[in-house]
Write a protein that binds this ligand. Structure first.
Ligand SMILES: [Fe+2]
Ligand SMILES: [Fe+2]
Length: 322
């Protein structure tokens, strides 16, 4: 079965058969009042919009669900305003247990075993034993490790794929160590900074339902990952003997302040060099990933610029990329 990404202009006027997740449905009306649906389908390779004319609102497939259904569809490949357009001829739901979900869920392009090895290497840089114990308990022990290594880091915007938290944390760890080395921070500061990097988005495994749903959980809606992360870290810190008070305050402030501003969801501002570095590199990792993936999604359109990327407030130039 072809991947969504493999459909090109060569397939125009041909029918393709696809298996995908149906991740969004919007029922719309034509000027003549006829109903149609703009659907978004996704597999591991990409997301695509597809058109369904004569949509029936009562069809269970057209209703919002917590978990996106797996669908098999036959679609005609066409072109509209310079972009490929797929129009559905037939669509039916298939039992999710009969398909390999990994083929339908986008995943980090980084090698998984390599990522896990890097993660352990960053942990081994921590020299202050109670801080190392905190990271071990929250990241490297079950029931956390498996989730930490597989969950996406977001619903949309950045690192919204399998192993997203893992890849994002590794990026943040790399940038943190680079800034710490350049600015010659002390080993104690480096230890705290690494712990904040490991733990700042830890609670996203609680904030979201597992893929393919990727919706906010009740805990996520009611409490959010900043509070859950700091609260859990504080409980575990209290269970570790001889945990230094300053280390505790600085790590907790780093988790609570990692969004950098109160209007971005942090209840307190970053109040140490470690916390401010973490905030800046966290933003760097998220922003750059969101631009790169947005440009990749907009690749096909023939215009020189992408559409406006809402979180960055501007469109991006597509020339000069080979
Ligand atoms: Fe966050
Ligand atoms: Fe983050």
């Amino acid at each position: 079965m072809p991947e969504l990404k493999s459909i090109t202009r060569n397939e125009i006027n041909q029918e393709v058969v696809l298996t995908a997740l149906l991740v969004d449905v919007k029922i719309k009306k034509t000027k003549n009042g006829k109903k149609y649906a703009d659907l978004v389908v996704q597999d591991a390779s990409m997301k695509r919009e597809v058109k369904l004319w004569d949509a029936d609102e009562e069809d269970p497939l057209m209703k919002k669900r917590d978990e996106p259904p797996v669908v098999e569809l036959v679609a005609l490949v066409g072109e509209y305003q310079g972009r490929l357009q797929l129009t559905i001829k037939k669509i039916r739901e298939v039992d999710g247990n009969t398909v390999d979900m990994r083929a339908l869920l986008p995943s980090s392009r980084w090698n998984y075993d390599q990522m896990k090895q890097w993660l352990a290497e960053f942990r081994d840089r921590i020299e202050t034993l109670p801080i190392k114990t905190l990271v071990d308990k929250m990241v490297f022990e079950e029931p956390y490790y498996e989730k930490y290594c597989t969950y996406p880091a977001a619903k949309s915007v950045h690192h919204n794929f399998r192993h997203g938290i893992l890849q994002h944390t590794l990026e943040v760890l790399k940038y943190c160590v680079m800034v710490a080395t350049t600015k010659k921070l002390t080993q104690r500061q480096v230890d705290r900074l690494i712990a904040i990097a490991f733990l700042h988005d830890w609670a996203k495994t609680i904030e979201y339902e597992p893929l393919p749903s990727n919706q906010l959980s009740d805990e996520g809606k009611m409490l959010g990952h900043i509070f859950i992360g700091a609260h859990s870290a504080m409980n575990i810190i209290n269970s570790i003997e001889d945990f230094d008070r300053d280390d505790a305050l600085i790590i907790l402030n780093g988790i609570l302040g990692h969004h950098g501003m109160m209007e971005w969801g942090s209840p307190v501002l970053p109040k140490t060099v470690e916390a401010q570095i973490l905030h800046q590199v966290d933003k760097l990792s998220g922003d750059i990933e969101s631009i790169l993936s947005f440009m990749d999604e907009n690749k096909e359109a023939t215009e020189n610029f992408t559409e406006r990327l809402w979180n960055m407030g501007t469109e991006y130039y597509k020339g000069g990329i080979s």
